[in-house]
Design a protein around this ligand. Structure first.
Ligand SMILES: [Zn+2]
Length: 68
């Protein structure tokens, strides 16, 4: 019985990790071709919130400075 509960909890944990990694938030700028983490200095001019998967889908590349 206990083992079943542990398995269920593990499954829930895996689901939540997968879901959160898909919804990782990054930031793009109006003119740039890179996506950034929130604190990156490249985001001073403009800062557009976007999910990581959406940024990759649109052809953005990771910033070398903040390494998202
Ligand atoms: Zn950056």
């Amino acid at each position: 019985m206990k083992l079943k509960i542990i398995k269920l909890l593990l499954l829930l944990l895996i689901i939540s990790i997968t879901a959160s990694s898909q919804e990782k938030i990054v930031y793009i700028t109006r003119t740039g071709e890179k996506y950034h983490l929130e604190h990156c200095s490249s985001l001073r001019r403009s800062k557009i919130k976007i999910t990581l998967s959406e940024a990759i889908k649109k052809g953005y590349e990771p910033c070398k400075r903040c390494n998202p």
